[in-house]
Design a protein around this ligand. Structure first.
Ligand SMILES: C[S@@+](CC[C@H](N)C(=O)[O-])C[C@H]1O[C@@H](n2cnc3c(N)ncnc32)[C@H](O)[C@@H]1O
Length: 244
């Protein structure tokens, strides 16, 4: 028996991600996650002998799956801390699918003067909250950027970032060509792209088939690699191919 509209709306309110978590032949579209996280505050510490980074992070699953911190985002954050301030200090950085903004905030805490954290409109509130919680409004800007749509160009922004960051952005097949399009729109063959990926579904292969047409990649050298490989996470450095 199908649910009527009012019941559907009630269920959506109680569990906004339920449609994405229904399984198809290849498993659930997004992984199971606790949907009871509402407006919580956590403190994440990334240890390092010379530059410990501490981030206060508001998390809230209400606006969508990006409202909580995902393991690939933590892996990418730890990698930035390992690379240290000199890696980010003279770069402009744009993060795609930032969710809470964690990775971009870590880059700013390390001293990057110009970071855009970007995502879809429902995530802008939590990204802005996290910018303010960490006193980073001088260096970090939250911007709406929907993959596959034209890149926004507010006045104070670098349209071609030196470094693009993306963590856990491969999970929903209809967005695969859109994400590749946006990576391509934002980059040249000299742009660095750090792409942290968690393998979940066989269908993810289709993303890499599309990506291969425009980009090459290799695993980055990271002393922690053996740890996160066990969780099916890879940290890739992407380069845009030169046009023939
Ligand atoms: C699994 S979450 C990862 C969030 C964050 N990077 C992390 O590691 O914690 C995927 C993110 O991609 C964003 N996203 C999904 N589709 C998108 C699209 N078409 N345009 C822009 N962002 C999108 C979601 O809103 C979400 O924040």
């Amino acid at each position: 028996m199908s649910l009527d509209l009012a019941q559907e709306e009630l269920l959506d309110l109680q569990h906004p991600l339920r449609h994405l978590q229904q399984a198809d032949d290849d498993g659930p579209i997004i992984p199971h996650q606790p949907h009871s996280i509402r407006n919580e505050l956590s403190r994440i510490v990334f240890p390092h002998p010379h530059h410990v980074v501490e981030i206060s992070l508001a998390v809230d699953a209400t606006p969508g799956c990006g409202g909580i911190a995902w393991p690939a985002g933590e892996v990418l954050s730890r990698y930035l801390v390992y690379k240290g301030p000199t890696y980010v200090q003279s770069k402009s950085i744009l993060e795609l699918g930032s969710g809470t903004g964690l990775v971009g905030l870590v880059a700013a805490k390390l001293g990057c003067p110009s970071v855009w954290i970007t995502d879809q409109a429902p995530l802008l509130d939590i990204m802005n909250r996290n910018i303010h919680l960490n006193n980073l409004s001088e260096s970090v800007k939250a911007v709406e950027l929907n993959w596959g749509t034209p890149i926004p160009h507010p006045n104070d922004s670098p349209p071609n970032p030196d470094l693009i960051l993306a963590a856990d952005c491969v999970y929903f097949e209809p967005t695969f060509p859109l994400l590749v399009q946006t990576l391509s729109d934002l980059s040249t063959s000299s742009t660095e792209i750090l792409f942290c990926y968690k393998k979940r579904r066989k269908a993810d292969k289709r993303f890499f088939t599309l990506l291969k047409k425009q980009f090459t990649w290799e695993e980055v050298h990271d002393p922690e690699r053996a740890i996160y490989t066990r969780e099916a996470i890879s940290l890739l450095s992407l380069k845009k191919r030169n046009k023939a």
